[in-house]
Design a protein around this ligand. Structure first.
Ligand code: NDP
Length: 379
């Protein structure tokens, strides 16, 4: 946790938010008020155990496959409700996770969640383009919010989301699970503490072969772009958190479209080069046509790296001293528990909206560089 706090302070400093770290929520907002319970949740005993209630919004692959199971092992929050546009999903979710009927919403009734004291946090797990409106609606309903990555499709949208949460006196967090994963935390430590001297070069790549050609990830209006938005964002993150630095400028190149029908609206692959402070060479790549999963730092006194780096589990790392050896953890459970504790302690999230906005800004610069063929500065 100390490592988390250190990296958190570093990010806050980078984001110019260090002064906001404690307390973030105005003193007028009293967490104790949020402990209200209703008889329904007293029955399953979770509120009695002092946990914050999370409602998952958008019951797709990630919510069902990772987040709901993770919420079975969280210490400080639990799965209290669901918000879905697909009525047929409701019975299975209710019975599997003992969700009472009055904690089930659809996208039309969602705003009524403001009257539900069981729900403290809404976790937005929809296609990327829908994050903004749901985050704003959740904040306006008086709920803390976790928003999946990428936070939004434009910096302006991020600003609106941050402003809405601030206005409501609610915390905003981004689903950056790797900030809670020991191997990635070790990359942060090794890089930022210069354990092997200054980093000279860093490379990151994340790609996979995408299936269903009709899915929203291939539709620009819903995704905002291809693999860069989906998985390349992890490489942007990895480069920044391992070096503790942010890029100054970028050049980028789109890869060939070997399946032009599938990739009519978004890139199939791309590579980019960041100019980092101190002359560090940083290269990223991302693809929907090729598997890759690595984060590799070349420092003065040797190489430290992860491969795979970004999966839900199974990270493997190597330093000049040998293989990394860290316990298996549930990233999503750690991430959600950390946010629940931030709320409890009136502190900024370890992965706040401002961090999501930073990455949206960098991604926009990469796309601009790719589209224009020019070097784009990032301020
Ligand atoms: P899915 O397509 O599997 O699920 C998205 C869900 O959003 C749908 O099942 C649906 O739920 C809801 N939805 C609402 N409107 C739409 C719409 N117009 N089209 C499609 N779905 C809609 O996506 P994922 O779960 O894989 O991804 C969701 C978000 O989570 C994305 O932002 C993605 O980037 C992020 N993600 C993050 C991961 C991480 O490791 N942090 C991993 C995977 C995804 P319903 O039927 O209940 O309305």
């Amino acid at each position: 946790m100390e490592r988390n706090n250190t990296s958190r302070r570093r990010f806050l400093r980078n984001l110019g938010l260090a002064g906001l770290s404690v307390p973030l929520i105005s003193s007028g907002i009293n967490c104790a008020n949020e402990k209200k319970t209703n008889p329904q949740t007293m029955i399953n005993g979770n509120k009695k155990a002092g946990k914050l209630g999370i409602a998952l919004l958008g019951l797709g692959g990630y919510a069902g496959g990772q987040l709901a199971p993770a919420l079975q092992s969280t210490e400080h929050c639990y799965l209290a409700g669901i918000v879905t546009g697909t009525p047929s999903k409701i019975p299975a979710w209710q019975s599997k996770y003992s969700i009472p009927g009055n904690n089930v919403y659809n996208y039309e009734t969602f705003d009524k969640i403001k009257d539900n004291a069981d729900i403290d946090i809404v976790y937005i797990v929809t296609p990327n383009a829908l994050h903004k409106d749901f985050v704003i609606r959740a904040a306006q309903a008086g709920k803390h919010v976790i928003c999946e990555k990428p936070m939004a499709l434009s910096v302006e949208d991020c600003d609106e989301m941050i402003a809405a949460c601030k206005k409501a006196g609610k915390l905003l967090s981004i689903g950056y699970r790797l900030h809670f994963e020991p191997h990635n935390l070790e990359m942060m430590r090794l890089g930022t503490k210069k354990i092997y001297g200054n980093i000279k070069k860093i490379g990151a790549g994340f790609g996979f072969t995408i299936g269903d050609p009709t899915q929203w990830r291939l539709k620009k209006a819903l995704s905002g772009g291809g693999p860069l938005q989906d998985v390349g964002i992890y490489c942007v993150q990895g480069i920044c958190y391992t070096t503790g630095l942010e890029p100054i400028a970028v050049t980028a190149q789109e890869g060939p479209k070997t399946d032009p029908d599938k990739f009519r609206e978004v890139e199939q692959s791309l590579t980019w080069q960041f100019e980092m402070p101190g002359g560090i060479i940083a290269e990223g790549k991302s693809s929907y046509g090729q598997g890759m999963n690595f984060l590799k730092a070349e420092a003065e006194k040797g190489i430290f790296e992860l491969t795979p780096a970004y999966n839900y589990s199974g990270q493997a790392g190597r330093t000049p001293e040998g293989t990394m050896n860290f316990p298996k953890i549930n990233q999503q459970a750690k991430q959600m528990d950390a946010f629940a504790l931030s709320i409890r302690n009136n502190q900024l999230s370890i992965v706040p909206g401002e961090l999501g906005k930073r990455d949206v800004k960098i991604i926009a610069a990469i796309y601009e560089a790719m589209g224009t063929g020019k070097r784009i500065t990032i301020n």
